[in-house]
Design a protein around this ligand. Structure first.
Ligand SMILES: [Zn+2]
Length: 110
C-alpha cells in the first residue's frame, strides 16, 4: 500500500494536486495482495497523517477474477491456485490470463 501511495503522490505532484479523494484499485484474486490487508493498510496511512490522505479519502477495491486457459485443450476455467489442473482434460497446463493484477485503475485528487 505504501508503494501505491508513493506512486500516486509522485503523480499528484506532477498534476499539482495535494489530496486524494478516491483511489480505485484492481486486485486480482491471484495477486499476492489481500483486499482486507490493503484496506487496513490504507486506514493506517490515513491515521498516520499521510500528507496526501485525510478523513474523506476513500479506497475502492475492484476484484479481478482468476481465469486460466489450458494450453492443451484451450478450455478456460477459474483456477483456485496457480497450478490448478484443467477441469476438462486434467492436464496441468493452465496459463493464467487474469487475476494477477495489482494496480491503480484511477484516482481522484484535488
Ligand atoms: Zn485442458
Amino acid at each position: 500500500m505504501g508503494d501505491i501511495l508513493n506512486l500516486i503522490a509522485e503523480d499528484m505532484k506532477v498534476r499539482g494536486l495535494s489530496k486524494v479523494l478516491k483511489i480505485e484499485l484492481i486486485v486480482g484474486d491471484l495477486s499476492n495482495a489481500m483486499p482486507d490487508a490493503l484496506e487496513m493498510a490504507f486506514e493506517i496511512h490515513k491515521a498516520m497523517k499521510s500528507p496526501i490522505l485525510d478523513e474523506s479519502s476513500e479506497l475502492v477495491i475492484i476484484r479481478e477474477e482468476a481465469r486460466a486457459k489450458c494450453v492443451f485443450c484451450g478450455h478456460e476455467y477459474t483456477p483456485d491456485n496457480r497450478v490448478a489442473l484443467c477441469p476438462n482434460c486434467g492436464m496441468p497446463g493452465g496459463k493464467i490470463i487474469s487475476g494477477e493484477t495489482l494496480k491503480v485503475l484511477s484516482y481522484e485528487g484535488s
